[in-house]
Design a protein around this ligand. Structure first.
Ligand SMILES: C[S@@+](CC[C@H](N)C(=O)[O-])C[C@H]1O[C@@H](n2cnc3c(N)ncnc32)[C@H](O)[C@@H]1O
Ligand code: SF4
Length: 272
């Protein structure tokens, strides 16, 4: 994936880790995170490492191919095993995050999981999760994920209110979430839902509507994130132009977010 190398000691060509990094291998449960850096659309607030098809087509970025990604990542897992050595315990959790992993064909996600299994090992009761956008799955794709060994799906619901979803640049409508959750449960997957609170224009009633809609889906887990205006995204500029950044109040959905972060105040109008 194209990016500037961070400052500091160069990574050894053979991927070797410093001895100290291997000291505690096996002393705690072992988990694997696999990143899939592709999205259909980039949401304006998001600073995760992800690329749209348009960005991948740009000169200098085109070296990254979505089609070749799973095989390349499988090669990295082979290298990880060589670097970690024989002392590596089987993974008890695997988390495939993004980006939008479910933009890849299920066969590619199956290859990633099979590579974890064969190079690192998986415990019998391993929790194997993929992130998914609600509109990037179907009943049959979720069933195929379950059949291939995934046990859990984490959907980016964000909100159940149309104007909030629009402000967040989301491509799904509110009805899609309960539908996707029902498909996932029918397939035998556990379900987690991500929500965002504190979006500009979101009222307390909007937030309660979203929270109720999430709970009505009876998920196994809900993660609620305060919207963070990240440097390098479109939002600092939008918020400056709209004047939507205000001190947080005790009655707003942002009232529990970190005061060290710059959060947009609800009720301050949309940003688009
Ligand atoms: C990396 S995203 C992947 C999920 C999936 N691509 C989706 O958006 O549906 C994981 C979660 O991080 C949260 N997130 C991303 N950027 C955020 C931000 N700037 N502030 C708060 N939450 C954020 C969203 O709730 C999102 O569902
Ligand atoms: S929030 Fe999810 S869909 Fe939106 S850009 Fe980030 S990773 Fe992609």
């Amino acid at each position: 994936v194209p990016s500037a190398l961070p400052d500091g000691e160069p990574v050894p060509a053979d991927g070797a880790l410093p001895a100290g990094a291997l000291d505690r291998l096996g002393a705690a449960p072992f988990g694997v995170y696999l990143h899939v850096p592709f999205c259909a659309v980039r949401c304006g607030y998001c600073d995760f490492n992800t690329y749209t098809a348009l960005e991948l087509g740009r000169p200098g970025v085109g070296a990254t191919s979505q089609a070749a990604y799973a095989a390349t990542a499988a090669g990295e897992l082979r290298l990880a095993r060589a670097v970690l050595g024989d002392g590596v315990p089987p993974a008890s959790t695997v988390f495939v995050g993004g980006g939008t992993p479910t933009l890849l064909p299920t066969a590619d996600l199956a290859l990633l999981l099979q590579s974890v299994r064969s190079h690192l090992g998986l415990t019998d009761d391993a929790e194997v999760t993929t992130e998914a956008n609600p509109d990037s799955v179907t009943a049959s794709s979720l069933q195929a994920l379950r059949d291939t060994g995934f046990t859990r799906v984490s959907f980016g619901m964000q909100s159940a209110v149309p104007h909030v979803l629009r402000t967040l640049d989301r491509t799904h409508d509110p009805e899609r979430v309960p539908q996707a959750v029902a498909w996932a449960k029918a397939a035998g997957l556990e379900v987690s839902l991500d929500l965002i609170y504190g979006t500009p224009g979101e009222s307390m009633q909007d937030w309660l509507t979203s929270l109720s809609a999430a709970l009505e889906c009876a998920p196994d887990h809900v993660s609620a994130y305060a919207l963070v205006v990240e440097e390098g995204t479109a939002w600092p500029g939008r918020c400056a132009a709209d004047g939507c950044l205000r001190p947080m109040t005790t009655t707003s959905p942002t009232s529990t977010s970190s005061p060290t972060k710059c959060s947009p105040a609800p009720g301050s109008g949309g940003t688009r």
